[in-house]
Design a protein around this ligand. Structure first.
Ligand SMILES: *Cc1c(COP(=O)(O)O)cnc(C)c1O
Length: 430
C-alpha cells in the first residue's frame, strides 16, 4: 500500500470523502489522490517521494511554476511583520492600484478570499446597480459554489434554474437562467422573455470547467452588444483566464470589454484570494461606498496580497512569458493533435495559449452537451496511464490542463511521449 493510500484511509475517517474539495478526489477514475509533500517548477512530489510532471498547477495559480522563489521571498518577508491585522494596509492599495492602472476596464477592485466569493459578490453588485434580480449563466460554466450559481448545467436552453446540488433551496436558483455556450440566440431569447429583468450575464470568456471550450468568433462580442442594448451588466468570470491568456485576461485576448470581471487563482500567487472589479459606477455601489453589503475578516490579508502582487508584477514585467506560454501550449496541445491524427484516435483537443484539454470524443466540442459526449471510461484509462508514466493530469474529463513557464521543452516532450504511448496502446490495436 502506498503512503497516499494510507493517508487516504485516515482522511476519509475525518474529512468528507477524504478531501477538502471534491475535484481532488480520484473517485471517478477509480483511484485515491496522490498526497503531495512538495513541489518545484513543473514537478510535484507525492508522499512516497514519487515525482510527477504536474498539469494541475493548483488549478491555475502556479503559472510561474511551483514554489517560485521570488513569490516565496515576498511571503516570508511579509510574515515577519505579522500574519493579519484586520485593518487597512499599504499592500492592499498597491495591488488595487497596480491592477487598475494596467487593466483599463478595471477602474475599481475589491479583494476577497476565493473565486466563489468574488463571483457571488459581483452578482450582488450587478443586482444592486441595476435594481434587477435575474441573471443569465451558461450551461457547463462554473462560477464557484454559491447557491444561486449551482444550477444544473445540463438543464439546457431557457429552462428555469434547477438546483444542481442537494441543499440549495429552489428559491435560490429561481432567478438564474441557463443559456447555451456559443449560442447567442439562446441569450437573446432569455432577454426577450424577461424584459427589463436581467441584471447580468455571467460567462467564462474561455470556458475551462467543462474541459476547455473556446468562444466561437463573435460570441463574446454578441454578449457585449446584447448587454449594452438591454442595460444588463456583462461579467467575465476570469478566475482562470485572468492573467493567463494575457495580463488583461480574456478581455484583452479577445478584445471584448466586460462591465465587471472576477479574478481568483493566479491573483493570489498560490494564496487563497479572489477579487471583483470593473466600472467605477458599479463598484461605487459596494459597501461602505454604497448600499451593496460585502465584507471579509481576512480579505486583503497581508500575506496573500504580498504573494498576489508579486505574481502579477512578475507577469506584467515579463510580456515574453506570455509568448513562451503560447509556444509551450502549441507544442503540447499541437503535439497531442498530431498524435491523435497519426493513430486516427477519436479524440479532440481544444486549447488557447497555455490552457487546454483532450476530449475523448471525435466530435467538435463547443458547448456542454457536446462535452458530455466524451468517453469517460477512456479518460480514466488515460489518467491512470499518464500517472504511471509520471504525468499528473486532473482526474476528470471536464477539467483543464495548465502549463506554467517552468514546463520546459524537455518536460513537454516527455509528456507527449507518454500521451503517444497511451493513444497507441488504447486505440492502436484495432
Ligand atoms: C475556480 C473557479 C471559481 C471558484 O474559485 P474558488 O477559489 O475555487 O472559489 C470560479 N469561477 C471559475 C471560472 C473558476 O475556475
Amino acid at each position: 500500500m502506498s503512503r497516499s493510500d494510507e493517508l487516504m484511509e485516515r482522511a476519509v475517517r475525518y474529512i468528507p470523502g477524504g478531501v477538502n474539495s471534491p475535484v481532488r478526489s480520484c473517485k471517478n477514475v477509480g483511484m485515491t489522490p496522490r498526497f503531495i509533500q512538495g513541489a518545484t517548477g513543473p514537478y510535484i512530489f507525492d508522499a512516497d517521494g514519487k515525482k510527477y510532471i504536474d498539469y494541475i498547477c493548483s488549478w491555475g495559480p502556479m503559472i510561474l511554476g511551483h514554489n517560485d522563489s521570488r513569490i516565496r521571498d515576498k511571503v516570508i518577508k511579509a510574515c515577519e511583520n505579522g500574519l493579519s491585522f484586520g485593518t487597512a494596509t499599504e499592500t492592499e492599495v498597491d495591488i488595487a492600484e497596480f491592477i487598475c492602472r494596467n487593466i483599463p476596464h478595471v477602474e475599481m477592485i475589491r479583494m476577497v478570499n476565493s473565486g466563489t466569493e468574488a463571483v457571488m459578490s459581483a452578482i450582488r453588485a450587478a443586482r444592486g446597480f441595476t435594481g434587477r434580480d435575474k441573471i443569465i449563466k451558461f450551461a457547463g460554466n462554473y462560477h464557484g459554489h454559491s447557491d444561486c450559481l449551482l444550477v444544473d448545467a445540463g438543464s439546457g436552453l431557457m429552462t428555469q434554474g434547477i438546483p444542481g446540488s442537494a441543499g440549495v433551496p429552489r428559491g435560490c436558483t429561481r432567478d438564474t437562467l441557463s443559456a447555451v455556450y456559443n449560442d447567442p440566440e439562446s441569450v437573446r431569447k432569455l432577454f426577450e422573455a424577461n424584459k427589463d429583468q436581467i441584471a447580468a450575464v455571467i460567462v467564462e470568456p474561455a470556458a475551462a470547467n467543462m474541459g476547455v471550450v473556446l468562444p466561437e468568433e463573435g460570441f463574446l462580442q454578441e454578449l457585449r452588444e446584447l448587454c449594452t442594448g438591454e442595460g444588463a451588466v456583462l461579467i467575465f468570470d476570469e478566475v482562470i483566464t485572468g492573467f493567463r491568456l494575457a495580463f488583461g485576461g480574456a478581455a484583452e485576448y479577445y478584445g471584448v470589454i466586460p462591465d465587471m470581471v472576477t479574478y481568483g487563482k493566479i491573483i493570489g500567487g498560490g494564496m487563497p484570494v479572489g477579487a471583483y472589479g470593473g466600472r467605477k459606477e458599479i463598484m461605487d455601489q459596494v459597501s461602505p461606498a454604497g448600499p451593496v453589503y460585502q465584507a471579509g475578516t481576512l480579505s486583503g490579508n497581508p500575506i496573500a496580497m504580498a504573494a498576489g502582487l508579486e505574481a502579477i508584477r512578475i507577469l506584467y514585467d515579463h510580456p515574453s512569458y506570455y509568448e513562451a506560454l503560447r509556444s509551450k501550449g502549441f507544442m503540447l496541445f499541437g503535439g497531442m493533435r498530431e498524435i491523435i491524427h497519426k493513430y486516427k484516435a477519436p479524440c479532440t483537443v481544444n486549447y488557447v495559449g497555455s490552457l487546454g484539454c483532450v476530449f475523448f470524443t471525435k466530435n467538435k466540442v463547443a458547448n456542454y452537451e457536446q462535452a458530455l459526449s466524451s468517453d469517460t471510461t477512456a479518460f480514466s484509462a488515460y489518467f491512470k496511464y499518464m500517472l504511471g508514466k509520471g504525468v499528473h493530469v486532473a482526474p476528470s474529463q471536464f477539467e483543464a490542463m495548465f502549463i506554467s513557464t517552468e514546463h520546459s521543452d524537455e518536460v513537454i516532450e516527455k509528456t507527449l511521449k507518454a500521451f503517444e504511448g497511451f493513444i497507441s496502446s488504447y486505440y492502436g490495436r484495432g
